[in-house]
Design a protein around this ligand. Structure first.
Ligand code: SF4
Length: 232
């Protein structure tokens, strides 16, 4: 683990965790066959060899200014939900995790549709496990047994346009972990995630206040009452 002296910014390398069975489970059941299994096996092997998922995080102290404004280490964010959630915690952990440029560069050729689908699933799973790894690491290291997470762009209330301000918390993210930002606020590699981990006893999950229908990655049922409470 590398530490940046001036700002308490830390970088960690993350183990690659991906399994053929997970990949096949994620793919459409109608698409699985001996051939698909063979493709998945080869690609998982390749991904395990080349992928270098990594993350950068910092220890931050939020200051809630009003019901829609929070300052985190000198950077101001506009979000009602964030103000509500960060009223109380003294220490929070903003982070960016990525699958890394190495795995991102592994792509299917034109016409290799199944390989393309399989790679998309593998990259998604590697990012998911990298984010979980970092979360567990932080919980243990900073004694935060119960936490919640929130990321810019996950709700209208905290739009993707705040991504640039979020990245500024880490100085040169490209130099540190190879992540850049498009003009529209999309992280590159696209299989990267920016988020804040903070102590939370309520079991809050952003999906509870996100009304998006048919989201394939929903982790909790939409709760209109809670939505009202957070966005009042
Ligand atoms: S429901 Fe989907 S879009 Fe909404 S916060 Fe959850 S994962 Fe994100």
């Amino acid at each position: 683990m590398k530490k940046s002296a001036e700002k308490e910014i830390y970088q960690i390398d993350i183990p690659v965790e991906v399994d053929v069975a997970w990949v096949l489970k994620w793919m459409h059941p109608g698409r699985t066959s001996a051939r698909v299994e063979e493709i998945a096996r080869e690609l998982v092997e390749e991904a395990r060899k080349i992928a270098r998922p990594r993350a950068v995080y910092r220890i931050s102290h939020p200051r809630v200014i009003d019901k829609a404004t929070t300052e985190i280490d000198g950077v101001v964010f506009k979000s009602k939900v964030l103000s509500k959630l960060l009223t109380g915690p003294d220490t929070i952990i903003p982070y960016i995790a990525t699958i890394g440029k190495e795995l991102d560069a592994l792509n299917a050729e034109r016409g290799e549709m199944m390989k393309g689908i399989c790679l998309e699933v593998i990259k998604t799973l590697v990012l998911g496990s990298a984010s979980e790894y970092l979360t567990e690491y932080v919980k243990k290291k900073y004694n935060m047994p119960r936490i919640a997470r929130m990321n810019p762009g996950s709700l209208e209330d905290w739009p993707i346009t705040e991504q640039r301000a979020f990245l500024s918390l880490f100085d040169d993210v490209e130099k540190r972990i190879g992540v850049t930002l498009s003009s529209g606020g999309v992280l590159k590699p696209t299989k990267s995630v920016s988020s804040i981990i903070f102590p939370n006893e309520s079991g809050f999950v952003t999906c509870q206040i996100c009304p998006k229908p048919d989201c394939p990655t929903r982790r909790a049922k939409y709760n209109p009452e809670l939505h009202k409470q957070y966005l009042a």
